[in-house]
Structures are given as structure tokens and as C-alpha cells.
Design a protein around this ligand. Sequence first.
Ligand code: ADQ
Length: 500
Amino acid sequence: CVSRSACNSKGSMIVVSNRLPFILKRNEKTGELERKASAGGLVTAVAPVVIRGNGIWVGWPGIHLGPNEKIPESDPNDKTPTAGLLSKKIVPISAEPKLFDSYYNGCCNATFWPLFHSMPDRATFIADHWRAYIKINEEFAEKTVHALHLLKENKERNDASPPIVWVHDYHLMLAANWIRQRAEEDGIKCKLGFFLHIPFPAWDIFRLLPWSDEVLQGILGCDMVGFHITDYCLNFIDCCQRNLGCRVDRKNLLVELGGRTICVRPLPIGVPYDRFVQLAQNAKPVLSTNQKVILGVDRLDYTKGLVHRLKAFERLLEKHPEHIEKVMLLQISVPSRTDVKEYQDLKEEMDQLVGRINGRFTTPNWSPIRYIYGCVGQDELAAFYRDAAVALVTPLRDGMNLVAKEFVACQIKQPPGVLIVSPFAGAGEMMHEALICNPYELDDAAEIIHRALIMPEDERTVRMNHLRRREQLNDVDSWMKAFLKAMDSLEEEADDIGAT
Ligand code: ADQ
């Protein structure tokens, strides 16, 4: 389908993601469907581009729609970026609930998620789940081709350029190839991009997947494949060469398959920096304490290193009792994938650990850990980020990690706080002025937290100024622009593949 010279970023965009950029809820009283806005950075950056270009969003609405049910329009008072996304610009995925469960909770979250985070012992490899993954990816491909037809009809009226199809994440690693083939059969031109939000693992981990060839072939259906950092690009290229025998060019990040050249690009995601600054400026204080706050904000996920974090904090109190009654750990964990057993077990382990550490150290006037199991609003979140003395972002493995960046954006106070980040997060690769902490080394982690707590003001200021400048420059809008630029420059870069 791809005639590269014919495509440019002025064309409409079709975004294909597992979830639509809002959640559908059924009103308990009226039974009617309502949209619940989503304020995530990705949605904020991508939705305006889709709306401006008269594009389409393909995704699962979060509930199973009845046969005659349609996506409602947004609430007239909705001021979020997706409010302008009319229902005719949304193509929802419908799937039989059991099949969707095998795809989502099974293959996506119990196979790909742990394996791609280099935790193969947690991964299950179940043929039925894989079959569901194939079927749902086919459904996504079919709906995307339908969306391409809708745009084509529109194009004949508007004479727009050929569209860009942007497929997101590990849920949809097979869809691109089918979209390309079917669009080609129907004579529709488009340009296909894929972005993986999680790490791409090294070959010796990836090869454990029984369906590794199919996954690579699926992704290589795209013209451009983006990852957060160069390491993931190189892992992917390595797998293409070793699994599929592709010719590759590591210097220019190119892969050749079936006479096509696929560009691989590092596209580190950012956050809506200015929005977080504004939130931090306006948010009322929510912490009433004289203690220094060490903050953790995460989905409750075993990749985020939460158990290690609590143990490191416990070690800090053991080794540096001078911090007792002077600091507290505020851990905010949003419930996630609560249908999956691994996540239920983690919740239990966290509950017990928080109880044990609090039981051990609590004094009549102080408890070391405050643990919120729930989602907090954006204003409140910004206030926590702004008023914390230290942010602990210590995943065992993480594609990027937006919390590190949101914290930095909200550090408007003088003197600022300190960011501690794990080298195993994409964010740790580029936020050099943070304190880097290996979450597996508990003693060392305790020392790093201690160092953050006693860091002189001028050192904090210098570090935070650098971090803030970088995040302001590389915010989520510039990530969006970098993606469009990478799609535009495919023609020149993919001309010739050099040495392997
Ligand atoms: P996630 O694994 O979800 O994203 P992350 O990047 O940290 O991880 O983003 C989490 C988001 O949820 C942040 O915007 C944060 O503000 C919000 N959040 C977390 N806990 C919250 C709470 N209790 N209340 C309210 N909001 C909360 C995946 C990858 C990451 C990658 C992103 C984007 O796993 O590595 O950075 O996609 O590509």
C-alpha cells in the first residue's frame, strides 16, 4: 500500500490503540452510555492531531457494546482534548468477552508484558491466548481498513494526502502486516507507523516466545517502528536479524524484509510539561506535615519495583535512625489489571509489607508510610509532586516512566526536591542529573535516599534546573512532532541499506 513519495504528514491520521482515548461508562440510572474523559499525556498530544486532520481513532471502548449500541458524543461541558472527536470519527472494536479476556488478560498482560520487561518466569505461554491475540489483532486490522475506506471517501471530497496509520503498543503487534496487505488489495495508499511503549527485550529473552517470528513479521508490516530509546531499537534489530535472517543496518537503524526497508527510530516520549507547571502553580497544598515527603506514584505493577522500594525505605530507617519522625514515604498506587492473579498477589504483598514496616517503626506521633491504593486527580497529583522532597522512581524495568518527568515539571518551588531514578527505566537513560539507583541493591538504595534527603540546596537546584530544561524542550508535543518527522523522512532514509 505504501508509495512513500505519495505520503506526507499532512494526511489524516488513523490512530490504532487497544483503548480508545476515553472510557465508556453506562449510566446506572438511565442505562445510557457516557464518555469519561482521559487526561493522559499521550491522548493530549495525539488527539488534537487526529481532530485537526479529520482523522479516526480505532480502539476498544472499555466495555462490550451491544449490537445496536453506538459511541455517544462527548458531554458539551467536556473541555478535554478528545471532546472534539466526533463519534463518527471513532471506530470501536467489538469482541466476544471471553475472547477479549484471553487476548487482554492472557496474551497481552500475562505473556508479552512480563516477557518484554525481561521477567520470563512470570510469563505464561498458552496457545489459546495466542489464538485470541491473533483474532483480536485481525479485528483491529479489519476495523482499521474500514477506517481507511471512510477516509478515502472523504478524501475524494477533500483531496487530502494519503493517511498515516499509527499503531500503538504490545497489544497490536500483528495488526500492521494485515492492515498493509488488505489496504494494498483494496488499492488504498497509506503509511504505517508503530510505537512500542514498553521495552523491547534482548534476543535471549525474546527468543523464549514461541511465536517470536510472527511478532517480528507483524511489526515489520510497518514502514517505521519507534521505541523510547536506542537500546530497544538495537534489541529489535538484533532479533530481526537472528530470528528472521533480515539484512540490517545498525548504524542507520534499518531492517530489510521482503524487498521493503523498515526504519527503526528512538522516539523518547515526553509529558505535557506546561500543563503540569500550570497545575503545580494552581494546586492547593494537600500534605499537612512537617516531615520531608518521599513520594512514589505508580500503577500497582510488579515491574515498578514497589516491594524493593518499601524494603529500601525500611533499610534507610534501620541505617539512619536520624530520619525517624523526620521523613515519611507517601506511596500512591493506582489499581491495575486487578483480574490477573500476579497483580492480586502483589496487592496482598504490599498490604502486608506496609503493615509490617509501619508496625515496626511507628511512634505515638508518626507513621513512616502512608499508602494510598487508588487514583488521585491531576490537581492533587501535581500538589504531591510539587511538595515532595524526594521522588522515588525505581522500577525494575520500564519502557520510559512518565512519573519521573511529571515530578520534574512540577518542581516549581525553590529550593527544589530531588529525583531518584532507576537505570532500568528509559527515563534513567536520559535524566542524567537525577540520582541513579539500582533498586535491587537495597543497601545502596537506602544510602541514595539518605543522600537525597541531605543534599545541599545549591546542588538540588543545579540538578533540577537541568532536568526541567530538558523535559520542557522534549515534551509530549515534540514527541508527536518527532514521530511525524520520522514518517516524513522515510523516503530518503530507507533508500539504501548499508553494511550489516
Ligand atoms: P505505564 O506503565 O502506565 O505506561 P508511566 O509511564 O509511569 O507507566 O505512566 C503512568 C501514568 O499514570 C502517569 O501519567 C501517572 O501520572 C499516572 N498515575 C500513576 N499512578 C497514579 C495514581 N495513583 N493516580 C493518578 N495517576 C497516576 C507505559 C509504559 C511506560 C511509558 C508509558 C508511556 O510502561 O514505561 O512511560 O507507557 O509511553
